[in-house]
Design a protein around this ligand. Structure first.
Ligand code: HQG
Length: 174
């Protein structure tokens, strides 16, 4: 139930706010009250307390609540800007994917696909979990330190996901 509700909130805050009658501000925030009203339209009668519990208990820390507003920390397809400052990444980051994408990644590098950014993690285990949503994990090692030295920008979301626009394949160890 909490899992399904969290998925619905992700869908509303990252992908289809309009289906819930919501308009996100430029940085992806919407008032908690409006979100609750939007969820109710879709048949989810959720109290503020339940919403706060879902946010606090989310296994990936997907959402932030601040001053009566809520947003997804990353993963959007709608046009918003998280407003994060670029930061220096560690020397290596990891991306979890599956075999069937590898040929295309060799040619095109890692691309954001439906989202705003390529998602990378500091930790191999996290990359494995991300990949496992799709099948047997293939973990790519990204030379983020070298990318940074060459002028590529990185940001770090509040839930510790590293974000960058693209990773050309010469920065990837397959
Ligand atoms: C692949 C979930 C072909 C890429 C996860 C990935 C994460 C390419 C898929 C977060 C490609 C995109 C993000 C290319 C990239 N050719 N395939 N050139 N470049 N791909 O879901 O990183 O539960 O947008 O490898 O746990 O899998 O939503 O990205 O397989 O944290 O909070 O294209 O989403 O979190 O898939 O996952 P996604 P992702 P949430």
């Amino acid at each position: 139930m909490a899992g399904q509700l969290s998925k619905t909130i992700a869908y509303a805050l990252r992908h289809k706010p309009s289906e819930f009658g919501l308009t996100l501000n430029a940085e992806g925030w919407v008032s908690v009250e409006e979100l609750l009203a939007g969820l109710a339209v879709k048949g989810w009668n959720v109290s503020l307390q339940t919403l706060e519990e879902v946010v606090a208990g989310d296994n990936k820390g997907r959402y932030s609540i601040r001053e009566g507003m809520i947003r997804a920390n990353q993963g959007h397809s709608v046009v918003i800007s998280l407003g994060l400052e670029p930061v220096k990444p560690p020397e290596f980051l990891f991306h979890g994917t599956v075999e069937r994408f590898i040929n295309s990644i060799r040619v095109q590098g890692l691309l954001p696909m439906q989202r705003h950014a390529v998602h990378l993690s500091e930790n191999r285990g996290v990359a494995q979990e991300v990949a496992r949503r799709r099948g047997a994990p293939v973990i790519l090692k990204v030379h983020s330190g070298r990318m940074f030295a060459e002028g590529y920008e990185f940001t770090l979301s509040e839930n510790n996901v590293w974000l960058t626009d693209k990773v050309p394949s010469n920065f990837i160890t397959f």
